[in-house]
Design a protein around this ligand. Structure first.
Ligand code: SAM
Length: 291
């Protein structure tokens, strides 16, 4: 069931036709997708999984992203590739922020709200293990999950901090920041799972997102870049948060959509992915702090 309050907000923001497309995306049964982890990888995951009867295909826009045809998560979890951290089960949309942040060797990178660590380990892999990554998580149980995934994925040089990112000292500064903010998850609803959504929850999420983004902008070096992302399709958690926080030398840098992404909007250079059979709903913005 789609909560009525969410349906009404979608209609108000997107109108009837796009709301119908979003709600069709909620109802779709998405295939399992995974990211090949080059830090641990021992060669072509597709061929090795195919040899075990698991059919996979590579996604056009990222050589390490794969889609599994006809096998569920539990089958993948039994494979050696999964057990030894060569692959990480991750939605396609959630692979986008690290790709657009593009961390390089030697850069200091803050992953502000990091658990369970899918994007932290992707940032690490994208930099060949050579970016200097700090990953922050305030929830104790989720922090444990982050540590486990860092270890399993071989991301040994990540500094993991169990702390509230809002309490980080403003004396720290980073070349790049990923703020994959806590959100209502309005892009990832699935009709098979109970939905947690209410307008008061939306307001609480938006208030926290605003604080976290303002903090991120203080921690970003002059000349630095960051990605703000959510798995929500609601403008209250996306464009409106940007409107409240940007200005004073911090501007949105237009993102070029990768081939095949089903987009709801690309207004003002941000991207909002429409929930669909292959993608969860997701929002991304790249922000630059002028030097
Ligand atoms: N980026 C993660 C990944 O790809 O695996 C998912 C992050 S999830 C959307 C948001 C996380 O932020 C949650 O684990 C939540 O506990 C954490 N969080 C919320 N508020 C926080 C804060 N003030 N400081 C640090 N972490 C926070």
């Amino acid at each position: 069931m789609i909560p009525q309050e969410l349906h009404d907000l979608l209609i108000g923001q997107y109108g009837d036709a796009l709301t119908a497309a979003i709600e069709e995306g909620y109802a779709a049964e998405r295939p399992v997708t995974f990211r090949y982890n080059r830090i641990k990888g021992q060669g072509d995951p597709a061929a090795r999984l195919m040899a075990q009867g698991i059919e996979v295909r590579r996604v056009k826009w990222y050589e390490d992203a794969y889609l599994v045809e006809g096998a569920r998560e539990d089958v993948l979890r039994e494979t050696e590739l999964y057990k030894n951290g060569e692959i990480y089960l991750q939605s396609l949309s959630s692979m986008l922020p690290p790709i657009y942040l593009s961390p390089a060797a030697g850069e200091t990178v803050l992953d502000m709200t990091a658990a369970p660590g899918g994007k932290t380990t992707e940032l690490y892999a994208l930099s060949g293990g050579k970016a200097l990554i700090t990953a922050c998580e305030r929830d104790g149980v989720r922090f444990g999950r982050l540590q486990y995934n860092l270890a399993r994925q071989g991301a040994g040089r990540v500094t993991a901090l169990k702390c509230d990112a809002l309490a980080l000292d403003d004396a720290f500064s980073f070349d790049k920041i990923l703020l994959d903010a806590p959100c209502t998850g309005s892009g990832t609803l699935s009709l098979n799972k109970p939905a947690r959504f209410s307008e008061s929850y939306l307001l609480r999420c938006a208030a926290l997102q605003e604080k976290l983004l303002k903090k991120a902008l203080r921690l970003l070096k002059k000349g630095g870049e960051m990605i703000y992302s959510t798995c929500s399709v609601l403008r209250q958690e996306n464009e409106e948060i940007l409107e409240k926080c940007l200005g004073r030398g911090c501007t949105v840098q237009p993102l070029v959509p990768l081939e095949g992404l089903p987009l709801l909007s690309g207004g003002a250079g941000t991207l909002c992915v429409c929930p669909s059979r292959e993608y969860e709903g997701f929002f991304l913005a790249k922000i630059k702090k002028e030097g």
